[in-house]
Design a protein around this ligand. Structure first.
Ligand code: ADP
Ligand code: MG
Length: 252
């Protein structure tokens, strides 16, 4: 069974058609990288997949559970708030700008949703948060506030916070784009480690070497369409479509 299935997704803002008929499925354990120029709809796709944005048309299914189905004319109809809440527990999202709570300590950032949303035992949540912080190389930072951390440390806290909710799939929207180049590597290393542990991930990235080495599949988007997708080496080193070639030429 596919962990995530998106079919015939369409999304417009006012008169701007941003996503045209996007279909995408992700299997358990798969790492999918999404590449493409700025403005091509990558963030909107992740925001629709994680229900931060409502799609206009299409279907969205996690682990066989429908978050949205298509009615006559393709119009998307969402499940009940109760069903959506359950489905929300299947995924986590890591943003470009970390989105940590500035007035919470590192530890509180991580345990807040497990304790208050998932109603887990606080002591258990703290224990697990400490394990995650250790894994992220931040075991000495639990009492720090986000403003006391480097960008790379903030992003590692954001990843720990997402993992603390035990998602089945983790989405990353350009997780290294807000970082100085020397801090990019520490984030890519963490994501690489998660891939080795078979975490299912969908990663929007401009790091082509990383996408080629870590992803099982690469999707190239342009103008709200999936132009090309397939094996990372094929797509990145031997693209079939002219638009993919033009885009990749900027990175070589
Ligand atoms: P990418 O992540 O690939 O750079 P985005 O998904 O952010 O692309 O944006 C795709 C297009 O949708 C852009 O033209 C952007 O200006 C537009 N867009 C994104 N979000 C909104 C919004 N909330 N309202 C209006 N237009 C938006
Ligand atoms: Mg974006």
């Amino acid at each position: 069974m596919n962990l995530l299935e998106i079919s015939h997704l369409k999304k417009s803002f006012e008169n701007l058609d941003v996503l045209h008929d996007i279909s995408l499925s992700v299997k358990e354990g798969e790492v999918v990288a999404i590449i493409g120029p700025s403005g091509s709809g990558k963030s909107t796709l992740l925001r629709c997949a994680t229900m931060l944005e409502r799609m206009d048309e299409g279907e969205l299914t996690y682990l066989g559970k429908c978050a949205a189905t298509s009615k006559a004319g393709g119009h998307a109809v969402y499940a009940s708030p109760k069903e959506l809440k359950e489905i929300q527990g299947y995924f986590g999202l890591v943003f470009q700008n970390f989105n940590l709570f500035p007035h919470y300590s590192v530890l509180k950032n991580i345990i807040d949703a497990p304790v208050h949303v998932q109603k887990r035992d606080k002591e258990e949540a703290i224990k697990e948060a400490r394990i995650l912080l250790k894994k992220m190389g931040l075991e000495d930072k639990e009492n720090y506030y986000p403003c006391q951390l480097s960008g790379g440390q903030k992003q590692r806290v954001a990843i720990a916070r997402a993992l603390a909710l035990h998602p089945s799939v983790l989405f990353f929207d350009e997780p290294t784009s807000a970082l100085d180049p020397e801090l990019t590597g520490e984030i890519l290393k963490v994501i690489r480690q998660l891939a080795e542990e078979n975490m299912t991930m969908v990663i929007v990235t401009h790091e082509m070497a990383f996408a080629r080495d870590v992803a099982d599949r690469v999707i190239f988007m342009d103008g709200g369409y999936i132009i090309e997708e397939g094996d990372p080496r094929e797509v990145i080193e031997h693209p079939k479509e002219e638009r993919t070639r033009q885009f990749l030429a900027r990175f070589s």
